[in-house]
Design a protein around this ligand. Structure first.
Ligand SMILES: Nc1ncnc2c1ncn2[C@@H]1O[C@H](COP(=O)(O)OP(=O)(O)O)[C@@H](O)[C@H]1O
Ligand SMILES: [Mg+2]
Length: 311
């Protein structure tokens, strides 16, 4: 059973189709990167999962429970939701802020102090316990928001663009904190409009455009899927031009171009592969000095994927 699931999730705002039959599945313990441009429907999806918005059609489930009025309380106990804004509270210091929310989660007495100390230690907020929340930097406020949703030890964290508007250092700190929470076994859904920001620590990526999931899989699958063709760099000890002519007619070879001391070979991976090229060159008497696949830039892959599948 997936920890988070949506089935044909649809939400309209008047004429605007914010979500159009969105299907997603996130297993327990997974860190899911929810990527899409502004207006794609990320916040709408997260708010529905957080019980704050009703779908027009379709269903969202958390921990196997249908998100709706009947299960709202139970679902809220399972999730920690960090919205994309920080609500400001006048004249409240960090510890009071956490006490306020702990009380709202029915955490009382000595246990409350313990829980607050624990989340402050985990999010590295202890040295700011007496600072007014309004005076905190955006990065610090973001950490405090995360501390707040950890108070009731939820299994699932829903984070809406937690890194937006942060400086590079604060971004790294948030990222380290999320990695730690992932290691602790939390199921995490985190949204962003920048794939590269999430690629290195999310175990699964979903790409949403105009309210529809256009891709769901691992980062590696994104790269593979987006690849229109492979590029191989091939070098031989001598007679490079002849070598190029020899492999040009092999199945799957779509282009051969001379580059700086080597040949760049465009290959259709459905029809040919690198071993065919190696074999032809060696049997043709060439000494192969280099044969490698060019690394595909993740950002390029992402652009290709979104351009190719939408329109
Ligand atoms: N309260 C609202 N009223 C009308 N339209 C809305 C409202 N909230 C969001 N939308 C529209 O729904 C679409 C999806 O928005 P949203 O879920 O906020 O996307 P994202 O978080 O990916 O930027 C957008 O076209 C947005 O303009
Ligand atoms: Mg949003």
């Amino acid at each position: 059973m997936p920890m988070i699931q949506t089935v044909n999730l649809t939400r309209r705002y008047g004429d605007v189709m914010a979500l159009n039959n969105l299907n997603l599945e996130i297993e327990e313990g997974e860190c899911f990167g929810f990527i899409g441009p502004n207006g794609a429907g990320k916040t709408t999806t997260i708010k529905i999962l957080a019980t704050l918005l009703k779908p027009t059609w379709g269903e969202a489930r958390v921990g196997g429970l249908s998100v709706g009025p009947v299960n709202a309380r139970q679902v809220r106990g399972m999730i920690g939701y960090v919205p994309d804004y920080f609500g400001s509270y006048e004249d409240m210091v960090v510890r009071e802020y956490l006490e306020f929310f702990a009380a709202a989660y029915n955490i009382h007495g000595q246990r409350r102090q313990q829980v607050i100390d624990d989340v402050m230690a985990l999010t590295d907020m202890a040295y700011k316990a007496d600072a007014e929340v309004n005076t905190l930097s955006r990065g610090m406020q973001q950490r405090l928001s995360i501390a707040r949703v950890l108070l009731h030890d939820p299994k699932v964290l829903l984070l809406d663009e937690p890194a937006s508007g942060l400086d590079p250092r604060a971004r790294i700190e948030i990222r380290e904190l999320l990695k730690e929470l992932h290691r602790m076994g939390k199921t995490i859904l985190i949204s962003s409009h920048i794939l590269l920001e999430l690629a290195d620590f999310c175990s699964k990526i979903g790409i949403i455009e105009r309210g529809q999931m256009i891709f769901m899989g691992s980062v590696r699958e994104i790269v593979e899927r987006a690849r229109v063709g492979l590029v191989l760099n091939v070098a031989v000890a001598q007679r490079q031009v002849d070598a190029g002519e020899l492999i040009r007619t092999l199945p799957g070879v779509v282009s051969v171009e001379a580059a700086d001391g080597h040949l760049q070979v465009g290959l259709d991976p459905q029809r040919g592969d690198a071993s065919l090229i190696a074999e032809r060159l060696i049997t043709g008497g060439f000494r192969l000095t280099r044969l490698e696949e060019e690394k595909v830039n993740l950002e390029t892959a992402f652009m290709r994927l979104t351009k190719g599948l939408v329109q």
